[in-house]
Design a protein around this ligand. Sequence first.
Ligand SMILES: [Ca+2]
Ligand SMILES: [Ca+2]
Ligand SMILES: [Ca+2]
Ligand SMILES: [Ca+2]
Length: 263
Amino acid sequence: MEGFRATRAAPDAMGNQQFSGNMKSSLTFFLLATLTLGCGKKATETKSAADARQHRETKIQLETCAGSGSSSDAIDANGDGKPEIVRSLKGSVEMCRTVDLNFDGQVDRTVFYDGQGKERRVESDFDRDGLVDEIATYEAGLITLKSRVTTPDGKLDTWEFFDKGVLSRTERDENGDGIIDQWWEYPSRGCPLIHVDENGDGRPDPGASIDYCKETGYTPPPVPGEAEAAPSPADFGKEGERVEELSNVKEGTDAPSAEGSAP
Ligand SMILES: [Ca+2]
Ligand SMILES: [Ca+2]
Ligand SMILES: [Ca+2]
Ligand SMILES: [Ca+2]
């Protein structure tokens, strides 16, 4: 049981860390209950052909934007003399940009573009502590994967996979040992079926699945727009406006909910 972090926030049914307290504690209760039952079996764990453990890299690996182009330009969105957006360019093509959304002089988001000018990677620091909490990757401008940090240890623990821009499954390393121990499926949108590996063989264990909505009584809210499309890369002016907009968002409410946020 060592290493199990019961206070870890789980991503919600829509992939965002936005559970109410009750929902969080209900889920924590169920997971604790199932994991407690499973701890006794851990001693029987053997490394064999039946070992299906999925190891994942939990270290955040960032790309470099600053200085990656042949030139750069900057915009000072609030006129305080410090640039909030710095673009790296190759010729006239923007390779990437760093953005300081809350004017504290620290980069909160780094966006990389593909050859077509569509977003291919976004690194976000949602809680503004200077450390990246999420890396989102895109193909042809459509979200395919979000790798997330959901605890203060700074390690990746949650991987959300998207199909045609819609969250299709989630893998989690709940106990932080670098091995996947939870699989979230979404048979109906907003209601994950959570499979848990109690005995550490890397497979979901029979009887250790949780029908989240059934167990908690949670009803997913209606969501406007089915697909989670990547925001189109704004032009320079638009990004400046977005900086202003977001800077007015109260601290703590964090990033737009459609993109999820660390607690
Ligand atoms: Ca900032
Ligand atoms: Ca952070
Ligand atoms: Ca694990
Ligand atoms: Ca198992």
